[in-house]
Design a protein around this ligand. Structure first.
Ligand SMILES: *[C@@H]1O[C@H](CO)[C@@H](O)[C@H](O)[C@H]1NC(C)=O
Ligand SMILES: *[C@@H]1O[C@H](CO)[C@@H](O)[C@H](O)[C@H]1NC(C)=O
Ligand SMILES: *[C@@H]1O[C@H](CO)[C@@H](O)[C@H](O)[C@H]1NC(C)=O
Length: 427
C-alpha cells in the first residue's frame, strides 16, 4: 500500500480553523432557527487528535447482526448536504452536512465539508453510508455567479472549476473526517451504491470538457482503503443512478450511448447496466428506465425498487415500484398525491402559509425500515430568505392511509440540497 493510499486524518488544529472561520451570520442562522436543534459549530466536539497516517478502524457492517437487532427509529439518521442558495457578504456558502432524526423530526447541523475553498460548492458527488461513516465521493467543484440575462434580469449560475477524485469519510460517531484513497479517475454525476461492505461507482463525467459519459467503473474496499477497477460497462453514461438490488449492482438511466458505436450515437438512455459481483460481468437491461430523462433517485426497500420521479420532475404524482419480471414500473397503490405540499393542509391552519404558491426547492428520498421518507424544502412565498422544511413518510406495508406528514419546520436562510441523502444507522 503506497503512502498516498493511507488515511490522513484531519488534525484537530485544522478542524478548529474551519470552525474559527465559520461566518458569524451562519452561526446566527443556526441559533435563531427553531429547526436546527444542535449547538452551533463553535461548540461542537472537537475530534481527538489522531497521529497522521494512522488507520482508523474499518467501518463495521451496516447490517445489524441478527443476534442483537436494533431497528429502533432513534438509531437512524438521514444525512444530507446543503449550501446556501445565494452568495452574500460575510457568508461562506460552501457545503455543510445536516442530520435528520426521524424519531424526533429534527434536523441537526453536523459538520462542514472540509477542504473546500470559501464559497466553493461541491455538486455531482455521491454520498453513501457504510457502517457508522458517510463517504463523500468525487463531484464537481463550482462557485455561483450572477449572470445577466437582460438589463434588468440576472440569475445565479454554477461555474464549474474541476471534477474531483477525492474521497472523504465522515465518522458520524466520532465527528471526525479522514481522507480516503482517491478514485482511480475523477468523476462527477455518476452512479454509486454499496453492496457487501464495498462501494461501487460507475459512469459519470471525468473532466469538465467531457461531453459524453465514461464507461469506467470501480469498487472501493474500506478495509484495504483501495479502489480497484471493474470491467467497463458497454455504455458511456452519466447522470445515472446506482442501486443495489437482489445482490447485484444496477446503474440505471442517465445520458448513455453505446461505447462501440462510431457512427451517430445510438441513444440508449432507457437501459440499465447490471453488474454481477460473482461473474464480474456487466449485463444490459433494455428499457429498465423507460424515460429519456434520468431518474432522480431509486431506492431499495424490502427487496423492491422505488422511484418517485425524474431529474426534471422529482415528484410525478405517485410512487412507482419496479417489476423485474415484466420490466415495468407500476404505480404504488395509495401513493397518489397531486402535489406533496397538499399533504400539509391536512395538518391544520397552524401553518397558514400560502402553500399553493410556495415553490419546492428540494426533494430527496430516504428508505428507513418499511418507510420511504420524503424530505422536502419550500421557499416561503414573499419571504425570500426563509425555508420551510417538511418530511412526509410513506409506509409501503400499509393497506390504507400510508402517508404521514411531520410537523413543518421553518428556518432562516434559503438553502439548496447539493446531492441526494443517505441513511446512517448508528451503532
Ligand atoms: C437501540 O438503539 C437506541 C439508540 O441508539 C437505544 O436507545 C436503545 O436502547 C437500543 N435498543 C436496544 C435493544 O439495544
Ligand atoms: C468555507 O466553508 C468550507 C466548507 O464548509 C470550508 O471548507 C472552508 O474552510 C470555509 N472557508 C472559510 C474561509 O471559512
Ligand atoms: C475502458 O474504457 C476506457 C475509456 O473509454 C478505455 O480507454 C479503455 O480502453 C477501456 N478498457 C477496456 C478493457 O476496454
Amino acid at each position: 500500500m503506497s503512502s498516498s493510499h493511507k488515511f490522513v486524518v484531519f488534525s484537530a488544529l485544522s478542524l478548529s480553523l474551519y470552525i474559527f472561520h465559520f461566518p458569524l451570520r451562519y452561526i446566527s442562522h443556526l441559533t435563531k432557527s427553531k429547526l436546527i436543534s444542535s449547538k452551533p459549530p463553535s461548540t461542537t466536539k472537537l475530534p481527538q487528535a489522531t497521529p497522521m497516517g494512522s488507520l482508523p478502524s474499518p467501518p463495521r457492517s451496516s447490517t445489524p447482526s441478527p443476534s442483537s437487532p436494533n431497528n429502533s427509529l432513534s438509531s437512524y439518521r438521514v444525512c444530507a448536504t446543503f449550501c446556501f442558495r445565494e452568495p452574500a457578504p460575510n457568508l461562506n456558502i460552501s457545503n455543510w452536512i445536516e442530520f435528520y432524526d426521524p424519531s424526533t423530526n429534527t434536523w441537526t447541523y453536523a459538520s462542514s465539508i472540509p477542504g473546500l475553498t470559501e464559497n466553493h460548492i461541491l455538486k455531482g458527488f455521491a454520498m453513501v453510508s457504510l457502517g457508522d461513516s458517510v463517504y463523500i465521493i468525487g463531484g464537481r467543484v463550482c462557485f455561483k455567479e450572477r449572470a445577466h440575462t437582460s438589463d434588468e434580469c440576472s440569475e445565479l449560475v454554477d461555474v464549474d472549476i474541476e471534477v474531483s477524485s477525492s474521497v472523504l469519510r465522515y465518522n458520524v460517531g466520532s465527528d471526525q473526517w479522514s481522507t480516503c484513497a482517491p478514485l482511480g479517475i475523477p468523476r462527477s454525476d455518476f452512479a454509486c451504491t454499496v453492496s457487501e461492505n464495498k462501494i461501487y461507482v460507475a459512469g459519470g463525467k471525468s473532466t469538465l470538457a467531457c461531453a459524453r459519459g465514461i464507461p469506467l467503473a470501480e469498487v472501493y474496499d474500506p478495509e484495504l482503503n483501495e479502489w480497484t477497477p471493474l470491467p467497463n460497462m458497454s455504455t458511456l453514461r452519466y447522470n445515472c443512478v446506482g442501486v443495489t438490488w437482489l445482490g447485484k449492482i444496477y446503474v440505471v438511466g442517465g445520458f448513455a450511448e453505446r461505447a462501440d458505436s462510431e457512427l451517430p450515437p445510438i441513444m440508449v438512455r432507457s437501459c440499465a447496466e447490471v453488474y454481477d459481483t460473482q461473474t464480474r460481468m456487466w449485463d444490459l437491461i433494455v428499457g429498465m428506465w423507460q424515460l429519456d430523462v434520468p431518474p432522480n433517485q431509486i431506492v431499495e426497500v424490502d427487496g423492491r425498487l422505488f422511484s418517485s420521479g425524474d431529474c426534471y420532475k422529482q415528484w410525478k404524482g405517485h410512487i412507482e415500484s419496479y417489476d423485474g419480471k415484466l420490466n415495468i414500473w407500476n404505480e404504488v397503490e395509495g401513493s397518489q398525491i397531486q402535489s406533496l405540499n397538499s399533504l400539509i393542509s391536512a395538518l391544520g391552519t397552524q401553518h397558514d402559509h400560502n402553500w399553493a404558491l410556495s415553490q419546492r426547492r428540494y426533494l430527496t428520498m430516504a428508505p428507513i425500515g418499511l418507510n420511504l421518507y420524503f424530505l422536502a424544502g419550500y421557499g416561503i412565498y414573499r419571504e425570500f430568505s426563509r425555508t420551510m422544511s417538511i418530511v412526509h413518510k410513506f409506509d409501503i406495508s400499509a393497506t390504507s392511509d400510508a402517508w404521514t406528514s411531520m410537523e413543518p419546520m421553518e428556518e432562516d436562510g434559503e438553502k439548496e440540497l447539493c446531492g441526494h441523502c443517505c441513511v446512517v444507522q448508528l451503532t
